[in-house]
Design a protein around this ligand. Structure first.
Ligand code: F6P
Length: 359
């Protein structure tokens, strides 16, 4: 008999359901339904802390391969405060352990991104059997070449840039498409290349507004009447990198602009007189059905997780390296960010395509 709990934590993304279905189906067919009990904790770690769960049957996993979101709900439970008692004095870590043992679980399958992995690793250190699956549209989890949700989000952000292309060319304007990603630029970079953006601004490569304008003007000289910028939410100017963390936070908090793209738009307009428009697809990028790649990828990750559970081999994130599924020790994953290296081949290749990074 295997008793397995599931939880999905942090910002949702496409293919969370496909991944859980992969684990459940593989366990079901390998072990037989009589040897399996599955539980779902609701709304992320909150469900584990406050014992909010439901037993899941095979039918719960049926018809969800293509469904976006998560059948278990999700929430952000910051790792920073996980060891602090809640407003009623409850020790959250002790409560999670207690609920795990109360259900006599063999393992907890946790689907999440960076913050989620820190808490997952803490639970592992506390003696729980944990397997994690890497979800996030940001693709910023260390230890895996790819996270599920990422390719689906790239498709959506690329579609937005495609749509903007036709209107941008009709109106001789500059358009900014703001892509999700506060800390890393994987999504912006890939959507930008895929959508044919002329300028890509990502957090890892601070920009200089005059270089951005130069790139727009060079395009004009070459006869292009419009320019498209793909800008990550977390894009940062060279000037702002000189600020301390605190000063930068204050600057953002007091900024008259809703986001960095509007600041860039205003600067371009004031310095050149060119009309600039901003499009922010926002949470659309995390929504809707997973793309076929993510369905296959998440299903594969799920089967590998099931194998680990059957073998009693715990304490890993299942990831992918050079197209092979791998088990990465949780202690190695937690707290590390996979950023875009400014020296990465893809940056060099983008430059060869004439893309400016506004440096
Ligand atoms: O989950 C990752 C992510 O979508 C980031 O790309 C984005 O910056 C952030 O979450 C948005 O968070 P929230 O959904 O809490 O607004």
């Amino acid at each position: 008999m295997k008793r397995v709990g599931f939880l999905t934590s942090g910002g949702d993304c496409q293919a969370l359901n496909a991944a859980m279905r992969g684990v459940a189906k593989a366990l079901w067919f390998e072990l037989g339904p009589e040897n399996l009990e599955l539980y779902g904790f609701l709304d992320g770690y909150k469900g584990l802390i406050y014992s909010n769960y439901k037993q899941l049957s095979f039918s719960d996993f049926s018809g969800i391969l293509t469904r976006g979101g998560t059948i278990l709900g999700s929430s952000r439970t910051p790792f920073k405060t996980i060891k602090d008692p809640d407003e009623n004095g409850l020790d959250k870590v002790a409560a999670m352990k207690q609920n795990y043992y109360k259900l006599n679980l063999d393992c907890l399958v946790i689907l999440g991104g960076n913050g989620t992995h820190k808490t997952a690793n803490l639970l592992r250190e506390e003696g729980l059997n944990i397997i994690t699956l890497p979800k996030t549209i940001d693709n910023d989890l260390w230890g895996t070449d790819m996270t599920f949700g990422f390719q689906s989000a790239v498709n959506i952000a690329s579609d937005v840039i495609d749509c903007i292309h036709t209107t941008a060319s009709s109106h001789s304007r500059v358009f900014i498409v703001e892509v999700m990603g506060h800390k890393v630029g994987w999504l912006t970079l890939n959507a930008g290349i895929s959508g044919g953006a002329d300028i890509i601004l990502i957090p890892e490569i601070p920009y200089d507004i005059d270089s951005v304008i130069e790139a727009i003007e060079e395009r004009r000289k070459r006869g292009s009447n419009f320019t498209i910028l793909a800008v990550a939410e977390g894009a940062i100017s060279k000037e702002d990198t000189k600020l301390s963390k605190k000063e930068y936070k204050e600057k953002v908090a007091n900024s008259p602009y809703p986001s960095i793209s509007y600041e860039i738009a205003d600067q371009i307009n004031k310095k050149t007189g060119i009309e600039v428009r901003v499009t922010v697809p926002g949470h659309m990028q995390r929504g809707g059905a997973p793309c076929p790649y993510d369905r296959v990828f998440a299903s594969r990750l799920g089967t590998k997780a099931a194998e680990c559970i059957i073998e009693g081999d715990y304490g890993y994130m299942i990831g992918i390296k050079n197209r092979e599924l791998v088990k990465v020790p949780l202690g190695e994953v937690a707290g590390k960010l996979k950023e875009v290296s400014p020296d990465a081949p893809i940056i060099h290749e983008a430059r060869m395509l004439g893309i400016s990074f506004g440096e």
